[in-house]
Design a protein around this ligand. Structure first.
Ligand code: IPE
Ligand code: IPE
Ligand code: MG
Length: 265
């Protein structure tokens, strides 16, 4: 239906390189980080922004093309009202404060998720930030806000069927793909979750089909460049088979040196 979309991991075998093209992160553990320091939970969210800044820089330096971070899930509305409202204000401030810097560094900013519950000011700031940076190409930073993996799939199906009711009985994965969030990005090669939990929490359910998963106990505000490089080194040791056997893999799979993480040190 739409040309030039990146390949789907379930339909074709994607190219694999030693530096992931797309990293997706669940930035978890802000509240616990603050609690350990006898600070209010929101202080952890504030420090979380610093950690994100550092990881964005690391991605840009290493040549990661896409970084997608989970900032607020469709289930996070269940939190106490003051925390939700603090997070909204922090998001707005972050956009206002950081967008120029992102732009100077050739970073494209995008936001995925259902924006309808956000207030006008936040929605307008999101739009402006996306417009300002839309032509940038060094790195695409995508912030998932009021995002849910199930919402993403349902929204894609609904939009597709609205535009193409004739596909009702016959639609395929390829028909749905263009309507998903991030359809113009390769699927994540590497998923990182900080904070010790080993779950997906309704993040990119569709897109993570063949992603390498990495979990660390490090709490998000303490996740720095060194921690990020550890995750990359772990990724470089993985054998990505996409359903094939080890023997079937082409020679250009990660070489020994790359597998030990020597190529970016
Ligand atoms: C992740 O940190 C940030 C958001 C969900 C907004 P948490 O706030 O979930 O921190 P913990 O998991 O309670 O420590
Ligand atoms: C996932 O973290 C969402 C974000 C990091 C934005 P949560 O802390 O909300 O996840 P659960 O509830 O522990 O699974
Ligand atoms: Mg949490």
């Amino acid at each position: 239906m739409m040309a030039n979309l990146p390949p789907s991991s379930t339909r074709t075998i994607p190219d694999v390189s030693s530096i992931p093209r797309h990293v997706a992160i669940i930035m978890d553990g802000n509240g616990r980080w603050a609690k350990q320091r006898f600070m209010p939970r929101v202080a952890g969210h504030q420090r979380g922004v610093e950690a994100l800044r550092e990881v964005v820089k690391a991605c840009r330096d290493l040549g990661v093309g896409y970084l997608t971070v989970f900032a607020f899930s469709s289930e996070n509305w269940r939190r106490p009202a003051e925390e939700v409202s603090f997070l909204m204000t922090l998001f707005l401030k972050m956009l206002e404060r950081e967008v120029e810097k992102l732009h100077r560094n050739d970073i494209r900013l995008r936001i995925i998720g259902d924006r309808s519950p956000f207030d006008d000011k936040l929605r307008q700031t999101m739009r402006e930030a996306e417009l300002l940076t839309e032509k940038n190409s060094a790195l695409t930073l995508t912030i998932a806000a009021n995002y849910g993996g199930r919402w993403d799939v349902m929204h894609a199906l609904r939009t597709m069927l609205k535009e193409h009711p004739e596909l009702m009985q016959t639609f395929t994965e390829a028909d749905v793909q263009p309507y998903l969030s991030m359809s113009d990005a390769p699927e994540p090669d590497l998923f990182i979750r900080t904070g010790g939990e080993q779950r997906i929490s309704n993040f990119m359910l569709w897109q993570l089909a063949y992603t390498e998963l990495y979990f660390t106990d490090t709490l998000w505000p303490a996740f720095d460049r060194g921690e990020f490089e550890k995750a990359i080194a772990s990724y470089q040791k993985r054998e990505r088979r996409f359903g094939r056997t080890s023997e079937q893999l082409p020679g250009e799979q990660l070489t020994g040196a790359q597998a030990q993480g020597k190529d970016y040190a």
